[in-house]
Design a protein around this ligand. Structure first.
Ligand code: ADP
Length: 760
């Protein structure tokens, strides 16, 4: 069993053990209480709310109400977890230990204190499920609870956010914050109160997803991609016209490829200054053609592309690539090209989370992220012991030379488990790998349920059934997350669930999440990883110069130290991810600061803070008191406000676009031995200063041409986007920032143009 160790960011949560035991005893006593007695205890808490330091009696009452309303009597360890979370600690509780119920208890405590609580779930399906399941419990405290999901229209979202306890994904909250920042009347806000967040799977949100930008965009002129060019690229030959790097992250045209393209395009010179856009488009088309693969990077669903999140191996809802690449892939699949957007605003998942006054959370793998959680959020993490001892056996990896040997051996293992009626859950790295392995299994006469990472609710159902004796389920890392796998009696007798990982993931934490699927609540179970030297985690991170000496006839590597090599590759992958995380954050910190300044100005106008409009008029018309008087009149004032808001938003979108293009080119400066981030900062701050003066100039220009009849900004020729939409951007479609820098310089040194991928 994992226990507390004095490691950075970690804390001993058993300090509250005695209080939790008292709480449990008190809760059991309350089983004899009448409804009226419990109700008066609740009323008392509403008058004298619990405090983080003294929550024993509250959780005793809440625990008994959970038993009565939900049929679940909290275990002592759940009370211990709830008490610690209320004190601001992040708790590590293994999968299946009942984090949902812990979330209910803590949310009720905060809400009883009069705080507004958001419980951030892993997906919409879980948000809805939990809000519904918990509603009877929350109602006994007189608390309202709602879920906010992607499908909900604006008004329902607004109502839902007014509940005492709100279940939603961090993405939905972020999108609504972005929408709110476009509003032109202050009482139009969707989100009310970014107060307390209880983050489920906090390490996934803060590490795996933290750097995903959430974007709001409005319609812009759609530029149809160049079909002729895309067709020409499609006709090129690999290794003749273009080359793909060994790691599959970069592709470049050969001289011959450029010639073929130029010929196909009617003898154009692609390196002419006038052909700049064409060359960029050609590179994008090449990426779409050679680097982005159907069923690994994306799936086609109806007439749309849906991206696959590679850490999760599942469809990333509402995610898209930067515009040019998105369009090129849509063209490649001969789908309608989605409208191109003007980015109005954007922020990182991490920035959304930082908006909360109080932040806390839980996860089955938080302890491994304790140092990061402390570094990023200044929160301490500790481990809650299991309710029942772990009965899962984690077997050592079986490492093979090749993927096909690995798959073959893994299939035999599945077949053996099945012959014993044992259920098997196979975890893979991608949708395509899931399908490949399912066909290997089919070759052994085993039909498996394959989760295609497309529908959370359907997956939940399949995963829930995967503990039935004799079933085999193949799934990507996160499919069916948060869903309980219950064993039937026969499966239990046969040794419980066997979790078989096919290749390790890019981080050991993700491996552990997969293992955690087996052995819930003291169930028997087993986990094993089948790996190979051809797994992406190895090929993308390490060049192994030697070959193993002792290899069995089936390809099993018997040199023990190769296992260490494999694990080293995984650590390299973790290091790269961390580096990318830090670099991305440094750039975004600059933008975040600028956004905060801009928002402050915007809010002063939006809320009509006394003096805000006068100040603006003073700056615009310093020498014309008459004009000032005219604009400050009540009948003109609203138009003035709307002009100011429009110009702030317009300028901000320009600023973001400028920063994106600066970031794209910034690595050139590495050649001049300047620190790219310092350079970025200088340019960004200059741009911010320009934003200020342009704002005033644009306001002056618009107001200067206002006529007496003008009542709305449309009368002055200004128009806000008539529709907006939100999405996530995959920030690093082709590897880490460091890879790109290296490649960028490589291209320059070879006298070639760098490829131009816009990353936001
Ligand atoms: P986690 O999110 O930690 O993996 P869940 O919240 O999904 O775990 O709970 C796992 C299972 O345990 C669910 O079926 C839940 O109903 C059950 N459970 C949780 N707490 C209790 C309890 N105190 N008593 C009985 N069953 C519980």
């Amino acid at each position: 069993m994992r226990s507390w160790k004095q490691e950075p960011g970690s804390e001993n949560l058993l300090r509250l053990k005695r209080s939790a035991e008292n709480c449990y005893a008190r809760m059991i006593e309350l089983e004899a209480a009448t409804s009226a007695e419990l109700q008066s205890a609740v009323d008392e808490f509403l008058r004298y709310p619990p405090s983080p330091e003294d929550s024993t009696s509250f959780f005793a009452v809440a625990g008994e109400l959970a038993r009565r309303r939900l049929g679940l009597r909290p275990f002592g360890v759940q009370l211990l977890a709830a008490m610690n979370i209320l004190r601001g600690r992040v708790v590590d509780m293994a999968t299946g230990e009942g984090k949902t119920l812990v979330g209910f208890l803590v949310a009720a405590a905060y809400a009883t204190m009069g705080r507004r609580v958001h419980v951030l779930s892993a997906n919409d399906y879980l948000a809805e499920r939990d809000a519904e399941f918990g509603s009877a419990f929350f109602a006994s405290f007189g608390l309202s609870v709602s879920a906010v999901t992607q499908a909900m229209p604006r008004n329902s979202r607004r109502d839902a956010f007014r509940s005492d306890v709100v279940y939603a994904t961090v993405h939905q909250v972020g999108f609504d914050l972005l929408r709110d920042r476009q509003r032109t009347q202050h009482d139009d806000a969707i989100v009310e109160g970014m107060d307390v967040a209880i983050v489920d799977e906090i390490d996934a949100v803060l590490i795996d997803d933290a750097m995903v930008p959430l974007v709001i965009a409005g319609e812009a002129d759609t530029q149809a991609p160049d079909a002729e060019l895309l067709d020409a690229v499609r006709g090129l030959q690999p290794n003749v016209d273009y080359e793909v790097d060994a790691d599959g992250l970069a592709a470049s045209f050969t001289e011959k490829g450029i010639e073929s393209l130029e010929a196909a395009l009617g003898g154009l010179n692609l390196y002419d200054d006038d052909s700049n856009d064409k060359l960029t488009a050609a590179h994008l088309a090449l990426h779409a053609h050679a680097l982005v693969h159907r069923d690994i990077d994306y799936v086609v669903s109806g007439d749309r592309i849906e991206l696959i999140n590679t850490t999760r191996g599942r469809v990333a809802q509402r995610q898209r690539w930067p515009d040019g690449l998105q369009a090129a892939v849509e063209q490649k699949e001969r789908l309608p090209v989605s409208p191109q957007a003007r980015v109005l605003d954007q922020m990182l998942v991490e920035t959304v989370v930082r908006e909360y006054t109080t932040l806390t959370g839980m996860s089955g793998t938080a302890a491994e992220a304790a140092e990061r959680i402390q570094e990023d959020l200044d929160l301490r993490t500790g481990v809650i012991p299991r309710n029942r001892p772990l009965r899962r056996t984690d077997l050592p990896d079986r490492l093979f030379l090749t993927r096909s040997q690995r798959n073959e051996a893994a299939a035999l293992h599945v077949a053996e488990a099945r012959s014993l009626s044992r259920p098997v859950l196979v975890g893979t790295g991608s949708v395509r790998e899931s399908e490949e392995f399912a066909s290997v299994l089919a070759g052994h006469g085993i039909s498996a349920a394959v989760l295609n990472a497309k529908n959370d609710a359907e997956e939940a159902e399949i995963i829930a059934r995967s503990g039935t004796a004799g079933t085999a389920t193949v799934s990507t890392q996160m499919a069916g997350r948060g869903v309980d796998i219950m064993l039937d009696a026969e499966a239990s007798r046969a040794g419980g669930l066997l979790v078989l990982g096919l290749g390790r993931y890019d981080s050991m934490r993700l491996d552990h999440q997969l293992r955690g699927r087996a052995g819930r609540q003291g169930d028997p179970g087993e986990s094993i990883f089948y790996t190979s030297l051809e797994d992406p985690v190895v090929t993308e991170n390490l060049e192994i110069g030697v070959t193993p000496e002792r290899v069995s006839a089936t390809g099993l590597i018997e040199d023990a130290w190769f296992q260490e090599v494999y694990e080293h590759a995984q650590r390299v992958a973790e290091g790269k991810a961390l580096q990318l995380h830090r670099t991305t954050r440094s750039y975004h910190t600059v933008t975040d600061r600028h956004r905060a300044l801009t928002l402050r100005r915007r809010d002063r106008i939006l809320y009509d803070v006394p003096g805000a409009l006068d100040g603006l008029l003073d700056s615009i018309f310093p020498d014309a008191p008459g004009l000032r008087e005219q604009w400050i009149q009540p009948e003109k004032c609203e138009l003035l406000r709307q002009v100011a808001l429009y110009q702030i938003d317009h300028g901000w979108a320009d600023h973001l676009e400028h920063l994106a293009s600066v970031r794209e080119g910034i690595h050139l400066r590495v050649l001049g031995r300047q620190n790219p981030l310092d350079e970025f900062l200088i340019i960004a701050n200059e741009s911010l200063a320009r934003l200020e003066s342009e704002y005033l100039a644009r306001c002056a220009e618009t107001l200067g041409r206002a006529h007496d009849e003008a009542r709305a900004i449309e009368d002055l020729g200004l128009r806000r986007p008539s529709s907006t939409w939100t999405y996530m951007v995959t920030d690093n479609p082709f590897g880490s920032e460091a890879d790109r820098v290296a490649e960028f310089i490589g291209h320059l040194v070879q006298g070639k143009r760098p490829r131009a991928v816009r990353y936001v």
